[in-house]
Design a protein around this ligand. Structure first.
Ligand code: NAP
Length: 281
């Protein structure tokens, strides 16, 4: 039976460190959050961010737009860039279809991009010089570190190759000399997902498809990190891995919710505090 790999402990440790360092800054850090529309996942994430920020002495300024054009949104980002009181900017996703995330993200000043999604920050991850790495990818690394596992030479399979999670995570894992396989839609379509998952000493899944990974595919003794967050019937949130069956085989497994999510928010705040320190010095 697997040990539960809960994010709370890791997140609490990061937050304790922030609580100690925020009062030492010249001014409380200011996070500008942009929300377009009312997507329920984005609204829920904004609430969590605001609550976490308040608990850490961080000023959370929510800028909410029921609708806005891409051009207008870029203009707004430029204003936030020019505002010296704003230390970090976060663009909530998903955005409406007519707005391209990366197009807007490229206008955020790299040192105010606390999500680590600006091409400059992504490029630094590639060169092993990450100043700010994508929050969720970084959260997975923190969670793996908390198990004490040595990633050197480990067979790691990442399912999902999004710019936000899978791709930056693969880079961070390579940095630690893991042997990384990235699976995606074509892996599934080729009928090869199961064979890759079965070899994984460490399995990380970030797809958004409940039950995609069958419990019986999990290698005995594996570490399973389920990033997926899927809203299903009866207001439940589940991951991408069949939890009950997988926990019988894995050594460690994340609960959903309660695994990666809490750490992602803590890392977002840590990135903000680091950005504020840099800007205020
Ligand atoms: P995304 O941008 O939609 O990416 C999903 C990835 O899964 C894509 O690379 C996609 O490949 C791949 N995929 C789709 N169907 C597949 C299949 N049948 N087999 C294998 N791969 C498949 O999503 P995301 O933003 O990375 O998020 C993924 C999940 O993580 C979501 O449930 C999201 O809610 C969750 N999430 C959680 C956190 C957290 O902090 N806990 C943070 C971010 C995201 P193609 O693009 O080639 O189709």
């Amino acid at each position: 039976m697997a040990k539960l790999l809960e994010g709370k402990e890791v997140a609490d440790k990061i937050k304790q460190e922030l609580k100690a360092s925020v009062p030492g800054l010249k001014n409380p850090p200011v996070l500008a959050s942009i929300l377009v529309g009312d997507n329920p996942s984005a609204v829920a994430y904004v609430k969590t961010q605001a609550k976490t920020a308040a608990s850490l002495g961080i000023v959370y300024k929510l800028h909410q737009f029921p609708t806005i054009s891409e051009e207008q949104l870029i203009d707004f980002v430029l204003k936030l860039n020019d505002d010296p009181s704003v230390n970090g900017i976060i663009l909530q996703v998903p955005l409406p279809k007519e707005i391209d995330y990366m197009t807007v993200c490229e206008f955020i000043l790299p040192h105010k991009d606390i999500e680590g999604m600006h091409p400059t920050n992504i490029g630094k991850v590639l060169f092993g010089r990450a100043r700010i790495a994508a929050c969720t990818a970084n959260a997975v690394i923190e969670l793996l570190n908390s198990t004490g596992v040595d990633l050197y030479g480990k067979e790691v399979v990442v399912v999902g190759h999004s710019e936000i999670v899978g791709k930056p995570l693969a880079m961070l894992l390579l940095e630690k000399f893991a042997t990384v396989t990235i699976c995606h839609i074509a892996t599934s379509q080729a009928g090869k997902l199961k064979e890759h998952v079965q070899r994984a000493e460490i399995l990380i899944v970030a797809v958004g498809h409940p039950g995609l990974i069958k419990g019986e595919w999990v290698r005995p003794g594996a570490i399973v990190v389920d990033v997926g967050m899927n809203h299903v019937e009866n207001d439940r949130i589940v991951g991408d891995v069949e939890f009950d069956a997988a926990k019988e085989r894995a050594a460690y497994i994340t609960p959903v919710p309660g695994g990666v999510g809490p750490i992602t928010v803590a890392i977002l705040m840590r990135n903000l505090v680091e950005a504020a320190k840099e800007q205020q010095s």
